[in-house]
Design a protein around this ligand. Structure first.
Ligand code: ZN
Length: 126
């Protein structure tokens, strides 16, 4: 099975140029059997697949992933289970309104596409 394990989509990454549906079609045409969606601090590409394409595409595997920006360790690619909710992962790149994300006013959280990047979540808020 041939998978592309590092895919940025237009829906989820500023540097993603191709919508996920088109991305899937391109990968299929090149003989891939699946992809890992690793948008920057965002699940928007995977969510678009899950909400709009999953039931229409049955011969191609789409895995949920993310590319996290870290403070001092560069970018980390993560493969995620599809139906597990972890507060840390939501706060790191997605739902800034949650209580543990209030540290953002101290760390200078930045908007990245349609999501937020808050590096303070790697520290214990005081
Ligand atoms: Zn990347």
């Amino acid at each position: 099975m041939k998978l592309d394990m590092h895919c940025h989509t237009k829906e989820g990454s500023l540097d993603g140029k191709i919508p996920i549906f088109e991305y899937i079609e391109i990968l299929k045409s090149k003989g891939f059997h699946g992809m890992l969606v690793t948008d920057h601090d965002s699940y928007n590409g995977f969510r678009n697949y899950r909400d709009n394409l999953k039931n229409k595409i049955n011969d191609f595997v789409v895995l949920k992933g993310i590319e996290y920006d870290t403070i001092d360790a560069g970018h980390i690619l993560v493969i995620l289970p599809e139906n597990v909710k972890l507060l840390l992962m939501e706060c790191r790149g997605l739902q800034i309104g949650r209580a543990s994300c209030t540290a953002s006013s101290r760390c200078g959280a930045q908007k990245w596409g349609n999501s937020w990047s808050c590096s303070s979540l790697w520290r214990t808020p005081s």
